[in-house]
Structures are given as structure tokens and as C-alpha cells.
Design a protein around this ligand. Structure first.
Ligand SMILES: *Cc1c(COP(=O)(O)O)cnc(C)c1O
Length: 408
């Protein structure tokens, strides 16, 4: 079936009580409004790639987020001139720092590389010999302390520098673990509710022992205030992803914090070579894109955004609830991907379909839709990565598949 025909079919799906017919321009829903230039070639089509509506969230394997026009424009503008890469990082770094209440900032190749470079800077300072020596830590500090509940796969970013992770539970453990080899104390923001030591104590103990603290807030906007909250609180370094809710380039992130540490981090990164960061290159396009994304994100009407998300969730929820045996709930994760999340659960005695089967049917539909598997017989979805009006397609398709399964 051709796309246009499929879309026409969707518009007549029997979602009782939902005005989903004719109220929006179907072609514009498909041709994502994020697109900046009218594409001369459709490489997705040429290469036979499946594209999809993202009702899942900001996942690296799903290519993260879609960059808004302002971001693409900034990247295209960057691509037109030669400039010194350090000059670009200097100027944009100053702007980002002032927007986020930090002394200094630099654009990195994602939150992961912000972590690597931030720690590398702490270990080496501005000493070129030490920079060339990493990840050999002979005669350098070699331990990073974190809480056991924060000790996830993300610490591997830190291990790139050669350090060992020391995981502790309590403030007393922390005091005991600190020694002359301690390079840094790492905090994983989203794990804060699971840890015994909270932000303020973490920062205070770091300051008391003169050990730099780093907070990983990768996916932790919204709320927008998190962009400066932890700088204000006194963390020496804060790392965030550029390509999650900020909708900057997926291959960008920000390292911000103390000026001396940012300078040292940059010495461990391109355009300089002979360091562990040489492979974590961002060019002027990503730096401009990151800057434009941050500016855009800060200036958004966040209350309005939230209302749009609630309305989208309500529309999908109302559609699927019309089917017998469906229960729904809306939750908001307290930290990280802090956005309304809809759980749709069903009773398999009346609707005999597994969550994997439902995911598969949505994926194979046209347009293809990605959602996340929930607990038992349920799926989860978010709407902050949807383009305008895609919620109607998502509502129709989920309704259609669950209704079909329940009729059997
Ligand atoms: C996504 C994520 C990272 C990695 O960020 P990238 O921008 O993909 O490099 C690091 N830490 C946490 C907690 C994350 O969620």
C-alpha cells in the first residue's frame, strides 16, 4: 500500500468520539515539520530504511531526538565557513556558561564524552606530559568514588581514563574511602532517590576534602532549571546530553563548571591530538547546533509544552480506553525523562495479545510506530518526541490493533 492510501485509511478508523478526520494536513504530518530544507533526495527511501513515529522516548538506538529548524539552520550556517575550532569553542562556551550559571563550558561529543574529558582534565590539569600519559595513571590520582546505587554502566565513561571506581553507601563510608588517590566524586543525578547521600552533602564533603565533584544530568531536563541548578549548588562539573530533550545534535553534549577544569578538559580533546579525547571530535556544526538548541530550549514556554504533552496523552488514553479490558495510567518519572508517560495495560483473557506482539504490529504498520514494552501485558509511551498531530495516528493505530485483538 502506498503511504498516502494508508494515511487515508487511518483517518477513517472507527475511534468513537475522537475527531481525527480531516482536522489536519495529513501530508504535513508525514513530512516531518522538523525538516528544514525540502529534501532533494529521500535517502531513507533510496536506502530502504524504515522510519517511524517515536512514541517511545529519546533512545540512542532510535537516533535520539529530531533537531528543530533553528538547530539545523545553525549547523548549515556553520558548514559554510572555515574558522578556528578553538575560537568557536571559546565563544560558544562563554555563552553556554552564562546561560547555565557556570564559570565555563565546552561542547563535547555527548554526555559520555563530557564525563571522560571532565575527569581527564581533573587528572592531568594543564600538564601536557600527564595528558600524553593517560590512561596510564602512574603517579597520578587513580580513584573515583560513587554511591553503589549510582554505580551503573555509565561509569565506564570514567574508566576510559584508567581510574578505578570505588562504590560506597553511607557518608561514613565516603569519609573512609577518601584518600590521596581520590581524583573525583561522581554523582548520577537520576539515581539520587536511590542513594543515601544527597546532592548537598556530596558537594559539601567534596569541598571539605578539596575533591572535585561531577554530576551526570544526561537526560534530566525538563525541568529547564536543572541546566543551572547543580552549577548553583556547587558541583565542580556538570555533564548533559545534547541530543535528548534539548534536541540538539545527537552527537553533542555539554561539559560545564569550574574554569580551570574546563580548560584542562579541553587540552585532552580535539583539535589537540596525542590524548585520550582525540576520537571525541565535535566540529563547528555540532558546536553551533548545541548552542542553538540550548538557546531554543531555554526560551521555550515550558508550561505550554507540558500542556501539549498532557493533551496528547489524554487523546491517546481516551481512544484506547474505549476498548473493554484496557486500563491506563499516567505517571511522570521524578528525575530523567521527566515527562508524562502513559501505561496501557490489558487483560489477556479478553485481549489475547502479548506486549511484544503489539509492539511488532505497531512497528509493521504504516506509518511504523515505536513504543516501549511495559510490565506484564502493557506498553508505555511518551509523547514529547512526537511531531504535531502524530498523537492522532498513534491513538488510531493502538486502538485499531487492540480492538482487532479483542474481537478475536
Ligand atoms: C544518555 C546518558 C549518557 C550518555 O549520553 P550521550 O549524550 O549519549 O553521550 C550518560 N549518562 C546518562 C545517565 C545517560 O542517560
Amino acid at each position: 500500500m502506498k503511504r498516502r492510501e494508508v494515511i487515508k485509511n487511518i483517518s477513517v478508523l472507527p475511534v468513537a468520539g475522537l475527531a481525527i478526520t480531516g482536522s489536519y494536513n495529513l501530508e504535513s504530518v508525514i513530512a516531518s515539520p522538523s525538516a528544514f530544507l525540502p529534501a532533494r533526495r529521500n535517502l531513507f527511501k533510496e536506502l530502504g530504511l524504515r522510519t517511524f513515529i517515536n512514541a517511545a522516548g529519546t533512545y540512542t538506538f532510535m537516533t535520539g531526538s529530531l533537531m528543530p529548524a533553528e538547530v539545523i539552520e545553525a549547523m548549515v550556517a556553520a558548514s559554510k565557513e572555515f574558522v578556528l575550532l578553538d575560537d568557536v569553542q571559546d565563544k560558544v562556551g562563554e555563552k553556554i556558561a552564562s546561560m547555565c550559571h557556570a564559570e565555563a563550558a565546552t561542547v563535547t561529543a555527548g554526555c559520555w564524552s563530557a564525563m571522560v574529558l571532565g575527569l581527564a582534565g581533573i587528572l592531568t590539569g594543564r600538564d601536557l606530559k600527564k595528558i600524553a600519559q593517560l590512561p596510564d595513571l602512574d603517579e597520578l590520582k587513580s580513584e573515583v568514588i560513587t554511591q553503589k546505587s549510582h554505580n551503573t554502566g555509565y561509569v565506564h565513561a570514567l574508566k576510559n581514563t584508567g581510574v578505578k571506581i570505588v562504590a560506597i553507601d553511607t557518608i561514613q563510608d565516603l569519609e573512609n574511602a577518601i584518600n590521596e588517590k581520590t581524583a573525583m566524586m561522581w554523582f548520577l543525578n537520576y539515581a539520587a532517590p536511590d542513594g543515601q547521600i544527597q546532592h548537598e552533602d556530596w558537594v559539601a564533603i567534596g569541598k571539605k576534602h578539596n575533591i572535585p565533584t561531577m554530576n551526570d544530568i544526561a537526560a534530566d531536563v525538563p525541568p529547564v532549571e536543572n541546566l543551572w541548578k547543580y552549577n548553583d549548588m556547587g558541583f565542580d562539573l556538570v555533564c548533559i546530553s545534547g541530543g535528548k530533550a534539548l534536541r540538539g545534535p545527537q552527537s553533542a553534549g555539554i561539559l560545564m563548571g569550574r574554569k580551570d577544569l574546563i580548560e584542562a578538559a579541553r587540552l585532552n580533546a580535539p583539535p589537540r591530538g596525542g590524548n585520550i579525547g582525540r576520537g571525541m571530535k565535535v566540529n563547528k556544526e555540532e558546536v553551533f547546533g548545541m548552542f542553538a538548541a540550548l538557546e531554543r530550549y531555554i526560551s521555550l514556554d515550558h508550561r505550554k509544552e507540558w500542556k501539549i504533552w498532557e493533551d496528547r496523552i489524554a487523546l491517546i488514553e481516551a481512544a484506547v480506553k474505549k476498548i473493554k479490558g484496557i486500563t491506563t495510567s499516567v505517571t511522570v518519572p521524578p528525575v530523567a525523562n521527566h515527562t508524562p508517560t502513559l501505561n496501557i495495560a490489558w487483560d489477556t483473557s479478553t485481549i489475547p495479545v502479548t506486549r511484544e506482539e503489539l509492539q511488532d504490529r505497531l512497528r509493521r504498520g504504516n506509518p511504523s510506530i515505536e513504543v516501549v514494552a511495559g510490565k506484564e501485558n502493557s506498553i508505555n509511551l511518551t509523547v514529547f518526541m512526537l511531531e504535531p498531530n502524530q498523537e492522532k495516528i498513534v491513538a488510531s493505530r493502538i486502538y485499531e490493533e487492540l480492538n482487532k485483538a479483542s474481537a478475536k
